[in-house]
Design a protein around this ligand. Structure first.
Ligand code: HEC
Ligand code: HEC
Length: 232
């Protein structure tokens, strides 16, 4: 059929059919819209389970982009999620948004239907822990107690000295690893907060530890994945 006759047919149809009562129109199945932020601290133990089941086929068990589908050359190698450089300047909110829609041009699936919003926050924050070893987390914990807790509190909730809650997931999903690193390297506007005595490794361990203050089950960080995995 050519275009003009299609339009004509549509007009005729519209003229003939009586208006339908709205109630008889069956609503299309709709996705529950995202709230847009975690309502409780993202659970990285849950995130590890989801990663093991849904992500390792491509990203590999340790996030080294060596999953079976990549090794079989069925999928182009993704960035190594376990590398500090990958997503260094990306906030968890930005990574969450990408995981929801994916990029099927490069074979990264969308996850907004298969996983609930809390599950997607859990796996998003889990990916931020792939570069962290238990030793690093322990180093960060000790440095935090020595250098940071006096102002930020043992749990990161802040004190009169530092009126900012670093354990609040709603705040921390807007903060990249780079921003965390820079805040203790280039310091605050008044030139303080530089911590010249810390080396690069110590700063990174503090980035990892600060991040751990806003998640649930931080003990899962740096641990082997739970048994169920799609990687062979
Ligand atoms: C079928 C293979 C496959 C699976 C399964 C998969 N991914 Fe991916 N992922 C990719 C590919 C390929 C890319 C690179 C996409 C691009 O370059 O745009 C990617 C990119 C990403 C990125 C962006 C990295 C960056 O900063 O550039 C994140 C984050 C990510 N995936 C997380 C996940 C999570 C979480 C899961 C599981 C819930 C998952 N992926 C499952 C293939 C996969
Ligand atoms: C002498 C007090 C003090 C100490 C010690 C201190 N901080 Fe802070 N910190 C502050 C203040 C004040 C702010 C700014 C709070 C605000 O934005 O209102 C801040 C802000 C921050 C921020 C947020 C920066 C941003 O851009 O939003 C981070 C992250 C941080 N501190 C981490 C640390 C870490 C890690 C340590 C230990 C190495 C540390 N702080 C030690 C006082 C301190």
């Amino acid at each position: 059929m050519t275009r003009p006759s299609l339009v004509l047919a549509a007009l005729l149809l519209a003229a003939c059919s009586p208006p339908k009562p709205v109630a008889t129109i069956t609503p299309a199945a709709t996705l529950v819209p995202d709230i847009g932020y975690p309502q409780t601290p993202p659970d990285v133990a849950l995130g590890a389970q989801i990663f093991a089941k849904r992500c390792t086929a491509c990203h590999g068990e340790a996030g080294l982009a060596d999953g079976p589908l990549v090794r079989a050359k069925a999928i182009p190698a993704p960035p190594q999620l376990a590398a500090w450089d990958t997503g260094w300047d990306k906030t968890p909110a930005e990574r969450f948004a990408f995981i929801a829609v994916g990029n099927m041009d490069k074979m990264m699936p969308p996850w907004n239907e298969a996983l609930s919003e809390p599950e997607r926050w859990a796996v998003t924050l889990f990916t931020y822990t792939l570069h962290t070893t238990p030793e690093q987390l322990e180093q960060g914990r000790n440095l935090w107690a020595a250098e940071c807790a006096s102002c930020h509190g043992a749990d990161g909730r802040g004190t009169a000295e530092a009126d900012i809650n670093l354990s609040d997931p709603r705040h921390m999903i807007g903060v990249s690893d780079e921003t965390l690193y820079n805040s203790i390297t280039h310091g605050l506007a008044d030139g303080s907060h530089v911590f010249a005595q810390l080396d690069d490794d110590q700063r990174r361990s503090l980035v990892a530890y600060t991040r751990s203050l806003s998640v649930a089950n931080p003990d899962a960080i740096g641990q082997p994945l739970p048994a169920e995995t799609t990687a062979q």
